[in-house]
Design a protein around this ligand. Structure first.
Ligand code: AMP
Length: 276
């Protein structure tokens, strides 16, 4: 496996791939890799001749320096993970390499002021700013994103339609552990007790979801969601609501929706979304 840190070196390999007419799949990540990332890599390996994974903890998408500094990082294990998953090329640039003194922040105009955008102001501006850099550097045929970050996936779909016509976005279902919670780098920061509480919360959410009729209007389901969530012992909650999975509105039936939540355990913010 190649580990490349600078753009010019990366581009010489990309040119060689393109000259051989290899299709390239790209999996952007922030590292601390787990089985969820593994699913994206597997899908890309299956679809393309070459798979590139990037590891870059993008400061511009964090709302606080503290959250950025405490984001899990485990370089050595990530190298092993990528190598065990037969990644062809790992791109791990520095912030200087990516931003090169360019402080321009793109403004995300899609799905504004709802879900994570409402509670993490500017987060998605940072996400599209860095992806804009990566997409124009890597110029892959396909790029892979997880449904775990559903609003992010929807925003990037729109962004790609608007700016990167050559690029195909592929979405990958959320990978969960046996207890049902989604693999996430942030889970590593939870204490044993916090993890246990989170699992039990998530399982109650699944039971709640199973108690609903597919044919309910989303609005009705949201009234039930409110009744359910006030009964739970949660330190802090950003949102817990059904939205239409197409346009993230409150229109339609539960069968056309996902239940989105963002809760805190201590300082750790945990998000997920579930289909009925
Ligand atoms: P991150 O490193 O957290 O920025 O995530 C990189 C990519 O992996 C994003 O497209 C995420 O949506 C995706 N991802 C994270 N966790 C999971 C999971 N449990 N299942 C599937 N994809 C995931």
């Amino acid at each position: 496996m190649l580990i490349i840190k600078d753009i010019s070196n990366l581009q010489s390999y990309l040119t060689a791939y393109q000259n051989r007419k290899y299709s390239i799949g790209f999996v952007p990540t922030m590292g601390a890799l787990h089985k969820g990332h593994g699913e994206l890599i597997k899908k890309s390996k299956n679809d393309n001749h070459k798979t590139i994974v990037s590891i870059f903890v993008n400061e511009k998408q964090f709302n606080s320096k503290e959250d950025f500094n405490s984001y899990p990082r485990n370089k050595g294990l990530d190298y092993d993970f990528c190598s065990d998953n037969n990644v062809d090329l790992l791109f791990e640039p520095s912030a200087e390499e990516i931003y090169n003194k360019d402080e321009t922040i793109l403004k995300n105009t899609y799905f504004n002021n709802i879900l994570c955008d409402k509670f993490r102001k500017g987060h998605f501006d940072g996400v599209i700013t860095v992806l804009n850099k990566f997409f124009s550097i890597v110029k892959s045929n396909k790029v892979y994103f997880g449904e775990k970050d559903f609003q992010q996936l929807k925003i990037i779909e729109k962004f790609i339609q608007e700016k990167y016509e050559f690029l195909e976005i592929v979405s990958v279902p959320t990978k969960r552990n046996e207890e049902g919670i989604a693999y996430s780098s942030r889970n590593e920061k939870l204490s044993k007790k916090q993890l246990q509480d989170f699992i039990s919360f998530h399982q109650k959410v699944e039971n709640f979801l199973n108690s609903l009729e597919n044919s309910f209007d989303i609005e009705i389901a949201n009234q039930k969601a409110k009744d359910f969530i006030v009964e739970q012992d949660i330190e802090k909650l950003d949102y817990f609501e059904f939205r239409n999975y197409d346009d993230l509105s409150f229109n339609g039936k539960v069968s056309e929706s996902r239940l989105f939540y963002a809760i805190y355990k201590g300082k750790i913010r945990l998000i997920d979304n579930l289909k009925i």
